[in-house]
Write a protein of this length. Structure first.
Lengths: 199, 199
């Protein structure tokens, strides 16, 4: 199978590459050092990526940014980072990419624990994640040709605990193996409209 | 108490007015025929509204638009309607309005059943609603001065059943009384970070 992986060089992207490398020919996409250059905040860039890549059997996105700031200082402009990237970047990968995916293929998007278990300064990220979750559930009932769509919602990763652990007090870190399995379930399984929660 | 009600002339806005008229001095806001003119898709218009209104004890928003279209035909531009209105309109009412609300006051936003129980052509609305829900839960833990924030998620209303019933097949319509009570609970109660689901 051909798997288009956007955000392939990120922490989670690397986990997905490792998990799927035996089954899939992985086409990496991202802003730098990838087979195909893409900026998911740009509609034109997403369209160009799909033109370049041709048909694929699975699209997996692990890219997406959000601005972290105290709610009382958060500006609409700062909030727009998550809107353009984590939310609309992911939604646009789907609505602009349906024709690029073969019959019975799949989309797998990435949300995150903050939409369910909030921490300070993360309301913008939570918002974007919650939007993606609801979009996935709704889009699933309109997918043509047996296409599937799910999201994976990771908690803090073990490999990120040193960097982010002080923000995620009391969160049980997830192993890379568990994160990889959730993406595998979405890509290789038969479910659609679901969230696979690694927490 | 002073209650700023945005979307006051809409179906749900009218229900909130009826429900709260005994307890609250209601300042109506909306695009037309309201005490204060506001377009929630405009940051400048929201800022001007809060300047005009002074201090209030509760902000309730029942305004918000979304474009309904088959997923396969949905364009990023059409999806932007819900982003600008239902999602960011509501989020911006909070992040730009915290200083306008008195100590222990509240924000009440409006989501909707489509984020939990999808129908065709409504993925954009579902997305916006899901974003607002996650934002509310996260924002609640950062509210200063005892401010509270909740959302009310109505199903199809009995009063709208003739107009929208053919789209909402099998949905049990909610009475205006039940919808009003949910807003009352958010405004007059003590809970925060919650969704009050009228379904």
């Amino acid at each position: 199978m051909k798997l288009l992986l956007i955000g392939a060089n990120g922490t989670i992207g690397s986990i997905v590459r490792e998990e799927m490398k035996k089954e899939a020919e992985i086409i990496t996409a991202g802003r730098h050092h990838a087979d195909i250059s893409v900026d998911i905040t740009s509609i034109e860039s997403i369209k160009q990526m799909y033109k370049d890549v041709g048909k694929v059997d699975a699209v997996v996105n692990t890219a997406g940014a959000a601005h972290f700031a105290p709610l009382q200082k958060m500006t609409p402009e700062q909030n727009q980072v998550a809107v353009n990237s984590k939310l609309l970047g992911q939604v646009n990968l789907v609505i602009l990419g349906m024709d690029a995916v073969t019959d019975n293929g799949s989309f797998t998007l990435t949300t995150g624990v903050l939409m369910d278990d909030p921490i300070k300064q993360a309301a913008s990220a939570a918002m974007a994640n919650g939007g993606v979750r609801a979009f996935v559930q709704s889009a699933a009932i309109e997918m043509p040709r047996g296409l599937r769509i799910n999201h994976v919602s990771p908690t803090m990763l073990e490999v990120s605990a040193e960097k982010y652990g002080s923000l995620f007090q009391g969160f049980e870190p997830a192993s890379s193996e568990r994160i990889g399995l959730a993406y595998r379930k979405s890509i290789m399984g038969a479910q659609t409209g679901k969230g696979f929660y690694v927490y």
